[in-house]
Ligand binder design. Structure first.
Ligand SMILES: [Zn+2]
Length: 88
């Protein structure tokens, strides 16, 4: 009876020692999977676009979107003035 009690106590101690480690690993895996799934849907912030006129590549923050019947063309800050003045 004393042997069974010590064995269960040791098993319990082993479980208690490994539980935070297992829990941490599960949390890490869930966070990793969530981050990975999110990355495939949302484009990265540093995404670059090519200018529709001169072809110069620049980051999204420096590009100006112009809509043409639902399609979006991206112009650089240098070409956007020329494109709008020509259209009007
Ligand atoms: Zn351009």
């Amino acid at each position: 009876m004393t042997i069974a009690a010590t064995l269960s106590g040791a098993q319990l101690g082993l479980f208690m020692a490994s539980a935070p480690l297992t829990l941490g690993l599960i949390i890490y895996l869930v966070a990793y999977m969530a981050k990975r799934g999110e990355g495939s849907i949302v484009p990265p912030l540093g995404q670059s676009f090519a200018c529709a006129k001169c072809g110069k590549r620049n980051v999204r923050e420096h590009m100006v979107p112009e809509k043409f019947d639902g399609a979006v063309a991206w112009y650089c800050d240098r070409c956007v003035g020329e494109a709008t003045s020509r259209a009007s």
